[in-house]
Design a protein around this ligand. Sequence first.
Ligand SMILES: Nc1ncnc2c1ncn2[C@@H]1O[C@H](COP(=O)(O)OP(=O)(O)OP(=O)(O)O)[C@@H](O)[C@H]1O
Length: 344
Amino acid sequence: MSGAGISVTGLTVGYGGPPVLDQVDLRVRAGGITAVLGPSGSGKTTLLRAIAGFIRPDRGRIEVRGEVLTDGPALVAPERRGIGYVRQDGALFPHLDVTGNITFGLPRAERRRAAQVEPLLELVGLSPDLARRRPDELSGGQQQRVALARALAREPSVVLLDEPFSSLDTALRAATREATRAALAERGATTVLVTHDQGEALSFADQVAVMFDGRFAQVDSPAGVYAAPATPEVGRFLGDAMLLRGQADGRAVHCCLGRLDLAEPATGDVLVMVRPEQLVLREPSGTTASVASVTYHGADAMVRLDLAGQSTHLVARVPGDRTPRPGDEVGITVPAPVRSFPRR
Ligand SMILES: Nc1ncnc2c1ncn2[C@@H]1O[C@H](COP(=O)(O)OP(=O)(O)OP(=O)(O)O)[C@@H](O)[C@H]1O
């Protein structure tokens, strides 16, 4: 399978009304996995459907393998794009067995050949024994893997995944995600995953594109969007984040937690972003707080803190075997440099 990057430039889609996608640019490297992450209604599925060729945009260009597939209203038909598409519900044909589903899109002569289907089942981590089962005889996770095998059967160079794991329970979701990632890596497929699950985006992809209201707020590595968000909104969307008022003077910032080192220099009024795992609790000294409540999760615990002499509430994530008790007095340090945003 040849490597094929995706290039989206100035894509604007309005469905006849105001833009749902507004001048969107995206580059996905050949063989890469990009997660498009955003809240419900932000335009993620619209972008995926435009790449697949199901939507005629108002403006913009989409290229795959350097070939122009969409140029404004001019479209290459979806079935001629070499793109595999997996929907949230898998959408298997209920009257066909697993083999029939996987081979459905193949030329007639190649259908129903078990030799074709077995390696695909293996690729997605399913037993060949399932080949003759109908979808209603499979678990949700098995159905999603069959849907992926069907998408891979035509050897697409690009695979688009629209929330394919969201209907699965936690354990099945993790296993199906792993099998999917391994199958995509083996095929070297260029992949775009749409999700509203931050953890899924960060763990599945090598690039995360954060979408709000039809625009990308940031396109970066998983560590980039999490640790160095472009805006406070991206910071909040990627995980728990406290945004504290502060005064920056170059390499440091003064805020309710004292003087903290800055990851990037800043001056003047800022919002300081502190994630719960950046707060380290110790014996009371320096900045102190009282423990308001503790929520235990096993491996870790979330500790709500009231800062001494202030109305500020903070949350610290601490190891599960080192949790303080409500009412305890604790000292707080922030050893790692923090990010800040200009306050306007
Ligand atoms: N066929 C359509 N005609 C008109 N408007 C549409 C159509 N499809 C989607 N929209 C609108 O476009 C906006 C973006 O929808 P889209 O499905 O792309 O968002 P999303 O980020 O994928 O949301 P979700 O996570 O809920 O699936 C929404 O306001 C939606 O109502």
